[in-house]
Design a protein around this ligand. Sequence first.
Ligand code: ZN
Length: 238
Amino acid sequence: MDEKIEQLKKIVEDSDNIVFFGGAGVSTESGIPDFRSVDGLYNQQWQYPPETILSHSFFERDPAEYYRFHRAKLVVEGVRPNRAHLRLAELEAQGKLRAVITQNIDGLHQAAGSKNVLELHGSILRAYCSRCRTPYPAEKINYGTDVPRCKCGGIIRPDIVLYEEQLDEDILYRSIEYIRKADVLIVGGTSLNVYPAAGLINYYRGNKLVLVNLGQTPYDSYADLVIHKKIGEVFANI
Ligand code: ZN
């Protein structure tokens, strides 16, 4: 087996205080396309870039167009947890992993069985009224063609953090605490170029920072172990 994966396996064996921080790459291996990826049809179908449509002000201005994008691009049918999700859930059940901190909104960690999942950007599997905050099941917003409305008349929105919106402070604070106290921090499936990923790992104080990402990241030279492989392949072998 790959020597670096062997090293990670040993690090994992020796620790009972592992924290995992994951980005989009964890989900792309389950077949969830990155909504930023520009396919040939994109420009024909959408007048604005995804960062605009997925913003707070756009949602307020044109919820019908927001929901057209949401249902076409964010809702992906039939996706299942991959080997990384499943192994992380196992490590938690074994008492070795303390928390999964994720930037993904697909709920796949919970589907794999993980319990302590900190969703920095919320979840597409929850919704609530933007006026009275009554919670609604995701089915209420993820299907159909209408703008979903609450009994109070307010527009029901997904429980995700849109561009221009703040991260949930409680989740952010708890994420920082887990990272600060972690013995091992494994960062996977993120190029660490965007907020808050890069900022968060600066809170880590240990000497077992592990990066697992297909491409290089700005933190490669700073990490104790760097593995440039697919995250599912790595987790299947540790
Ligand atoms: Zn309402």
